[in-house]
Design a protein around this ligand. Structure first.
Ligand code: B1M
Length: 793
């Protein structure tokens, strides 16, 4: 029977770990090479899993990508041959999954890899997998939804293979990039994978609560491949804390809850799979059901629509906004980013992104804007354009499940937009306008809405993923029709069982005191059942109306949200300004830029500050304080790696300005001495080390900068080759100070007379002594007297 017919109907068993099985042989080559050098070992492992009861075995191709292996085709073909040999021998109906892990490179903005380059990497492997006879692809151990999206598109667009996609979560139930399980479900289900779930990272007990959550919301089969518990070190070896019996008991529980595809990851062996098969084989598979929840998401945040009205910030749209128009024409991305930040702070849940300006290339601008906004904001986006090509370009690079604004009831619009919605996943907004224009009556608008929904369903788009916009009309010009909008909204929501949306502000065009009309219409629309409200969140009156409405709708228990928002503010009169911004943490403008990751403004703010403030004060009182704030939020799970990276980038830009300033000021004196600087092995934090470098250079020392993550031998050979008297080492992590200690030991071994100074937030004076450093520098300036002491000048 074909695999497709079994997916979702039967309990399917995957294999367990390949890596742990290979490790037992102590090979030194990458595992993928063994497909060619030691095929029998790989086939034997597959055979053992088939004997244990696996219905699907995964090829030994976890990291098989063209940038790692020149002989990619050979590796993949041999890997599939090895798997096929085991299947043939077993005479069982076993399917072969092309195993694809992450590319090993981080995508922008986390790393250097472009989304389109990631796509190409995955495409090559997937095409070869299909060519040599894989039955499906298993994408596993992904920790960045964006990378998973690149892989899924690459496989879907270039092969016909079913896709199972699993991601890895930590004990805080988040991926490395901060997404939770529902963020994953929204994206992967939208992209149309055949199964989704969790693998690696944790044991079955730790993933159980997450699996329950996934099962509640996922309409597609759920797959689990946990580790054999949590790792611990025994006699220098990593072992896992669950035996096969305990592992399989947990697997059985999750299978009874509804997980349909079961396997194992690190530490699991054929015994674990065999026990799991024994315990689950005869269970009745829990039948799949369509879950009627509507989600949209960014890469790190999901939003459930319909539970309460949500605010869509309308301000990233040049229509009628002179300043934004100018900013766009001048490619001033910072203004757009600032709008994104301000709207979020004012209470927006979603950001509209519209680049419809005749003077600019809309495709290029929307792509750049979507990428830039999603790098600094975790709010889901509404992709807004009247041009299908623009919508598609934005959908492609968007990291998440977006709102798509919009399709109309016109045949041509539906023919162009629905295939995009189906392919990329998203919630589409249907405007009740068709070839005959906007209907005047509520009944006729209902009919257009129904036509849109029926047609969408023909394209395989579920009703839950459609939102209808009954269209706001200008009350001064079309009073009767504007009022009809409210009736249409109510009828469409109730009669067609879909969510609704309105762009509220249009109602008041052409009349004075627009805000009163807007806020009254808004309140009426909310009362009529509006789910998504496109408004200006920086308008006090609109946000006040929204928050007050929530009180009366029973959505703000004991008026808690309202009170906390307004207790410290003067009564709302209206001007368009942002009163909801709470100054709970007060930052200087530069600190704010670093915290929010606004690189270019950080540079400008630093330049301004340099007119009045000493460089070192800027470092200590702005850059370091901002990074400390980001660091502690990261530690407590309030901020995630992408934000940490953007903050680090902004700190670097700020420091660029400082360095330019110091270079201009610094007198070129004769060099006072040569110092080697390095961030120790395993540690990529180099902002502090670079500051130390700049300051020492400014004081006339020559610096040999070995960079970050520097192997011990590199430090040692540089010290010897350059006959160095002073080495500076930096380390920021508890896990890397051990390498600092080892580096000191080696340097002292070969050059006992060479002095070593150490620094970095993780160290202190006592610790520095303990690891035999000669000097501890608490900050960059403290490095100067140390250098003076060594070189006597
Ligand atoms: Co990461 N990071 N980070 N990080 N990061 C820390 C260090 C962390 C404390 C955050 C936290 O959880 N609170 C934590 C370490 C926890 C621990 O070990 N206890 C951490 C972690 C966990 C990680 C990752 C593992 C996250 C992940 O991937 N899951 C990962 C590690 C990657 C690796 O190294 N293998 C990671 C990655 C990153 C970024 C890449 C995103 C980025 C670094 C970018 C870069 O440096 N190019 C980053 C950042 C920015 C930070 C924080 C927020 C800020 C570090 C910094 O630049 N501070 C940091 C939290 C924090 O420190 N508050 C954090 C400002 C800098 C000027 O201070 O380096 O101390 P500092 O330098 C000072 C002085 O100490 C002294 O002078 C400088 C100026 O006064 N000094 C010296 C420093 N070196 C000196 C040498 C000297 C003399 C003086 O002589 C030689």
């Amino acid at each position: 029977m074909s695999l497709q017919r079994k997916i979702g109907k039967e309990i399917l068993f995957f294999d367990g770990a390949m890596g742990s099985m290979i490790q037992k042989h102590n090979f030194t080559v990458p595992p993928e090479i063994l497909n060619i050098s030691n095929p029998q070992i790989i086939t034997d492992i597959h055979e053992k899993y088939i004997e244990a009861g696996s219905d699907i075995i995964s090829t030994n191709t976890f990291g098989a990508y063209s940038h790692k292996f020149g002989n990619l085709e050979q590796i993949i073909s041999r890997a599939i041959i090895n798997a096929k040999a085991a299947v043939l021998k077993s005479k069982k109906e076993v399917y072969i999954a092309l195993d694809m892990g992450p590319s090993g490179k981080l995508l922008k903005p986390l790393g250097d890899l472009e989304f389109s380059d990631a796509y190409e990497i995955f495409k090559e492997t997937a095409i070869l997998g299909e060519k040599y006879g894989a039955d499906l692809v298993i994408l596993e151990t992904f920790s960045d939804t964006y990378e998973a999206k690149a892989a899924i598109l690459a496989i879907k667009e270039n092969t016909n293979l079913p896709i199972f996609c699993t991601m890895t979560f930590d004990e805080n139930q988040k991926t490395l990039t901060g997404g939770d399980v529902l963020t994953m479900v929204s994206l992967l289900e939208g992209l149309g994978v055949d199964a989704l779930g969790i693998n690696c990272g944790l044991g079955p007990k730790q993933i159980e609560p997450m699996v329950k959550e996934i099962l509640k919301y996922s309409s597609i089969p759920v797959m689990i491949q946990p580790n054999a518990g949590l790792p611990k070190s025994v006699n220098g070896k990593t072992v896992y804390d669950l035996d096969a019996e305990e592992f399989s008991e947990s697997m059985k529980r999750m299978c009874m809850e509804g997980a349909l595809i079961l396997g194992g990851c690190c530490g699991t062996t054929p015994e674990y799979i065999q026990k799991t098969v024994e315990k689950c084989k005869l269970l009745t598979p829990v039948s799949l059901s369509e879950k009627e929840y509507t989600f949209i998401s960014s890469g790190s945040r999901h939003l459930l629509l319909g539970r309460e009205p949500l605010i869509i910030g309308e301000r990233i749209n040049p229509t009628g906004k002179k300043k934004l128009k100018e900013a766009l024409i001048n490619k001033d991305m910072d203004m757009i980013l600032q709008e994104a930040i301000d709207q979020k702070e004012a209470g927006a849940h979603i950001l509209d992104v519209n680049m419809g300006l005749p003077e600019i290339n809309e495709v290029e601008y929307i792509v750049d804007s979507v990428k830039a906004i999603q790098a600094i904001s975790d709010l889901p986006l509404q992709i807004d354009s009247s041009t299908p090509e623009v919508i598609e370009a934005a959908l492609r690079v968007y990291n998440g499940k977006p709102l798509i604004n919009s399709v109309s009831g016109k045949k041509e619009s539906m023919e162009k937009i629905f295939p995009l919605v189906k392919k990329y996943g998203g919630v589409v907004i249907g405007l009740v306008i068709d070839e005959n224009g906007i209907p005047e009556t509520a009944e006729a608008r209902y009919d257009v809405a129904k036509k849109i929904i029926d047609t969408a369903e023909e394209y395989g788009i579920k009703r839950k993923n459609i939102v209808i916009d009954p269209l706001t009309l200008t009350v001064s010009a079309q009073q009767k029709e504007a009022i009809e909008t409210l009736t249409a909204l109510r009828n469409i929501k109730q009669g067609l069982n879909v969510k609704t949306i309105l762009g509220v502000s249009n109602v008041s065009f052409g009349i004075p005191n627009r805000q009163s009309v807007n806020s009254t219409f808004f309140a009426l629309a909310l009362q009529a059942g509006l789910d998504l409200c496109i408004i200006n969140p920086l308008s006090d009156l609109m946000m006040g109306t929204y928050r007050a409405y929530k009180i009366f709708a029973g959505l703000d228990e004991n008026c808690r949200e309202y009170i906390s928002c307004y207790s410290d503010k003067a009564i709302v009169t209206d001007t368009v300004k942002n009163t909801s911004r709470k100054a709970s943490v007060s930052f200087s403008p530069l600190e704010e830029c670093v915290v929010k990751g606004l690189k270019d403004i950080a540079y400008i703010e630093t330049k301004k500050l340099l007119e009045t403030t000493e460089p070192f004060d800027i470092i200590n009182s702005h850059i370091v304080t901002a990074l400390d704030y980001v660091g502690s939020n990261f530690e407590t799970g309030k901020m995630f790696l992408p934000q940490l990276i953007m903050s680090a980038e902004s700190a670097k830009r700020s420091f660029d300005a400082i360095k330019e300033h110091m270079d201009k000021q610094g007198k070129k004196t004769e060099l006072k001495g040569k110092i080697v600087l390095a961030t120790v092995f395993g540690d990529s934090h180099d902002i502090g080390k670079n500051i130390v470098k700049a300051i020492l250079e400014n004081y006339g020392y020559e610096i040999i900068d070995l960079g970050k993550d520097v192997p011990i031998e590199t430090v040692v050979s540089s010290v010897v080759e350059n006959d160095i008297k002073l080495v500076g080492l930096s380390a920021l992590m508890t896990t890397t100070v051990v390498n600092m200690e080892k580096t000191i030991e080696k340097v002292k071994e070969v050059m006992p007379q060479c002095k070593i100074m150490v620094g970095g937030a993780v160290l202190n004076e006592d610790y520095a002594k303990m690891i035999n450093a000669d000097f501890y520098a608490k900050d960059a300036l403290s490095a100067i007297p140390i250098a003076k002491e060594i070189f006597g000048k």
